[in-house]
Ligand binder design. Sequence first.
Ligand code: BEZ
Length: 256
Amino acid sequence: MVVNHKKTRWDPELYEARHSFVWQLGEDLIQLLDPKPGERILDLGCGPGQLTAKIAESGAIPVGLDASPAMIGQARQNFPQLSFVLQEAGEMRFQQEFDAVFSNAALHWMLDREAVARGVAAALKRGGRFVAELGGRGNIRQIEDAIERVARRHLGDNLPAKQTYYPALGEYAALLERHGLEVRSATLFDRPTALEGEAGMENWIRQFKAYYFESVPPAEATKAIGEVVEELRPIAFRDGHWVADYRRLRFIAVKI
Ligand code: BEZ
């Protein structure tokens, strides 16, 4: 059985302190975006705003959008000179306002994918580009499998609904094309990603997957997370550090 639950509450402090690799790895996506001075660029799922600020360094005019009040609050505090909008991506109503839409490591959280693709297409000017990277099919499979095995021991069949999805390349390309976005390039690739420190996997689970254990008392949640970490140790702890089995789907699409 799948149970409804609250959406992830983002913790910007843990995110900035321990998961800066998310935007550091996103920096080469900005090279693919190739922002130009004066261009208006929407950063979809901007989190605490580090990549929005990188885009601004090029002289482009970015707008960061995120559905998490905590993340938008942090982004405004980090970069008070930039524009940030608190909104679900599936609810945005921009009309041909942007030269480009950019998104790093965020689309896999946006389950209303048709509404998001429709909103992106509407937001772009004709000829505008959508440059993005998200988790692709098979992303973090070994971590999710371990979490689900442990969660079943603690929750039986009452697992929470998944909050992320990792599409196959063809599936996502078809989605974009249905909404008038022509896919010019797309690639699915493995990117094993080092997590920081001995507590790297525990921190990652607490940041991104804590919702699995929200329905049990805190002491049991801590025990369960420890069990997940131990299940993963033989396969994901190598040469003194944790490695997450990330797979990325990266694409450039153009509004036609
Ligand atoms: C990802 O970037 O692929 C990801 C991050 C956190 C949870 C799930 C996926």
